[in-house]
Design a protein around this ligand. Structure first.
Ligand code: WTA
Length: 634
């Protein structure tokens, strides 16, 4: 077998942090912090002390019943008390907690004190509707302050929430609400998206007929479109009317560290979504620490994560992480390119955003419009950029670095999952960066790249990314499905390690390069090659805007590459370009990247969070059933 092809892809440039960032950073010495993190229990206990506990824990980590790990056992704490209440007795009382902006240009600011009062009213309203500790509340809401108020109100009274992304539709909503046995759905009349209003209540009206556990639907009048309240299926009440008259004080529920905080559904390899369960104490320690250290949060920061609260990134880095560290979190409702592709850069200028966190798919999309739009705005307040969700190809990284960060902001390429709750592999602002690498596991985290028998693979070789030791914000189980929890995460690879389902490789410096999901890895004539790497090679060609790659069976090589390409304006996939692209990819990846077929397309099937659904392309290719398409964009 020839040399592993992945080595050929390695991006050689190293970007050193600028001195100002180092001067300011909480962690100035990366290596020393990594060293400290080796004593896992001591490290996380230290971090846990930054939160206010009603009662201190007995044990940092209880591993007596693997893989059902417990963190900070017997500790008593409340999320909302820490994220909101404790700030109102400090100078943060009148600081903006939530800065809401939408694509129409509307704005709303809530200080920590205002947020505190609103959350208390909603918490009391939920109690009045009969919600008790342990009852599940479903949210199907726009990106707006009331959504966050509802999440925090649930956490205050100990009612786990399950947030369902507002882009999912009836089927997905019914399945999740029923699996969680939610008693209440909180929704809105609609949400703004690309100049239109998506009518959420209509979707709930249809779903609710198949959701027998739901007793009450709460509707927020958000866009002002006319809605009809009905009594056909359970009680319908307006958000404003239930909080009106409620007391603006509410005692926090004393939660055990291991009491559930939320359930969040995510897709697995089978059709049925997995209900990932996160608990209270460990999750709080994990997300507050990573928010503070990865984005180096200080008092004057304005933090903007462009995700949606319907995903884990929204839970951990729009809502809980930023509020736990007492910063200002930006909540944006709308599309990244409406009314024009400069809308995000305009918001950065207008509000003086200092830390900006988005996804490679958004970068690649906005890159297509060139540097015209970012050049129109003053982005000089930015200090740190972030990336999450998929491997960022070096071209997108460099574009982001140059045009948005103006070559002075380090990019935190954060690797993590719904299941991990918090960043696990990511640089810190002082880390020397290589475009496309997520660098090393964070302090307190141990990861390794192994073969399917759990044996570490040498540097340069691709393998399975596993996490070797538990971490505070880890999922505790899959809701009502312990068997699937054990099988999916703990039995795939021997050695008692957590299987991430991702493939990765490590370079000579110990830097990790994520290759993509294990089911998205191609095998061409016995050579392992990540679809993400092939796609990265394609998009580094000037004619290609976006690419999705799947394996196509080949009688001789097992698999060859089939590429679906969105070309930039003015290009078409003629013989000359086909020849040129083949040469280019071969040049980037080596001769093993055998291209069987290329097709030009206008669109790629994506999840609503922007991940390419190669499974759909494969199924179509092989004439198979499409399987679960509930998360497909359209
Ligand atoms: C992928 C999102 C490369 C990975 C937080 C993981 C990434 C899956 C990165 C989890 C990254 C996430 N580089 N790949 N920085 N971050 N991924 O559950 O395949 O929506 O397993 O959580 O996204 O997706 P999820």
């Amino acid at each position: 077998m020839a040399e592993d092809t992945t080595v050929l892809l390695e991006e050689k440039r190293v970007f050193k942090p600028n001195y100002k960032i180092v001067e300011e950073a909480h962690i100035k010495n990366w290596e020393a912090e990594l060293e400290k993190g080796k004593n896992i229990e001591k490290y996380w206990a230290e971090k846990a002390k930054e939160l206010e506990w009603f009662q201190k824990w007995d044990k940092v980590l209880d591993d007596s019943n693997k893989p059902f790990y417990k963190w900070f056992t017997n500790g008593k704490i409340n999320m909302t008390y820490n994220a909101v209440d404790r700030w109102i007795h400090t100078s943060k009382r009148n600081q903006v907690a939530i800065l809401y902006v939408n694509e129409r240009g509307d704005e709303e600011k809530l200080t920590y004190y205002e947020l505190y009062r609103q959350v208390n009213k909603m918490a009391n309203a939920l109690k009045s509707l009969g919600i008790k500790k342990g009852d599940v509340v479903a949210l199907y809401m726009p990106m707006c302050p009331e959504a966050i108020i509802t999440m925090l109100a649930c956490a205050k009274i100990g009612a786990p929430h399950t947030v369902i992304y507002s882009g999912l539709s009836v089927g997905a909503l019914v399945e999740r609400v029923n699996d969680a046995k939610a008693k209440i759905i909180v929704t809105a009349d609609g949400t703004y998206r690309r100049g239109k209003i998506i009518e959420l209540k209509k979707i709930v009206d249809e779903a609710i007929l198949r959701c027998p556990t739901v007793q009450t639907t709460v509707i927020l009048e958000h866009t002002g479109i006319p809605i009809e309240l009905s009594d056909i299926s359970g009680k319908e009440v307006l958000f404003d009317s239930i909080i009106e008259g409620e007391d603006d004080k509410c005692e926090p529920e004393i939660m055990d560290s291991e009491d559930p905080l939320f359930i969040l559904y995510t897709s697995g390899t089978t059709g049925k979504p997995k209900g990932v369960v996160h608990t209270t104490g460990g999750y709080m320690v994990g997300v507050s620490t990573t928010t503070k250290l990865v984005f180096d949060i200080h008092d004057d920061d304005i933090f903007w994560c462009t995700a949606d609260i319907g995903w884990i990134t929204g839970h951990s880095y729009i809502v809980y992480g930023p509020l736990l560290v007492g910063t200002t979190t930006v909540v944006y409702e709308g599309a990244p390119d409406y009314p024009d592709p400069g809308v995000w850069w305009k918001i950065i200028e207008e509000h003086g955003i200092t830390k900006f966190y988005t996804a490679p798919t958004a970068i690649r999309h906005l890159m297509r419009f060139g540097d015209k739009y970012p050049r129109l705005y003053d982005l000089s307040t930015l200090k740190i950029l972030g990336s999450v969700g998929e491997p960022i190809n070096p071209e997108a990284w460099i574009w982001y670095y140059k045009n948005i960060g103006r070559e002075k902001c380090p990019i935190m390429d954060t690797w993590w999952q719904t299941e991990t709750g918090m960043h696990l592999i990511s640089p810190l602002p002082v880390t020397p960066l290589k475009p496309g690498s997520v660098t090393k596991p964070l302090p307190g985290i141990e990861a390794e790249i192994v073969d399917k028998n759990g044996k570490p693979v040498p540097p340069g070789k691709g393998g399975h990314l596993v996490i070797k030791t538990p971490w505070p914000a880890m999922l505790r189980t899959l809701y009502k499905d312990e068997k699937r929890y054990i099988e999916t995460y703990w039995e795939n690879i021997p050695g008692g390690v957590y299987t991430t389902g991702d493939m990765a490789r490590m370079d000579e410096d110990g830097y990790i390069w994520i290759q993509g999901r294990s089911d998205d890895v191609l095998n061409i004539a016995g050579h392992r090659i990540g679809t993400a790497e092939v796609e990265s090679a394609f998009v580094s060609h000037p004619a290609v805007a976006e690419a999705a790659v799947i394996g196509k069976s080949d009688p001789v090589k097992g698999e060859v590459i089939k590429a679906f390409l969105i070309l930039k304006k003015g290009y078409s996939l003629n013989t000359a370009l086909i020849g040129d692209l083949k040469k280019h990819v071969r040049h980037e990846l080596g001769p093993v990247a055998v291209i069987g077929e290329m097709v030009q397309v206008d669109k790629l099937p994506k999840t609503r969070s922007g991940k390419i659904m190669r499974r759909i392309l494969r199924a179509k290719e092989e004439g198979l059933e499409l399987g679960d398409t509930s998360t497909l964009e359209e």
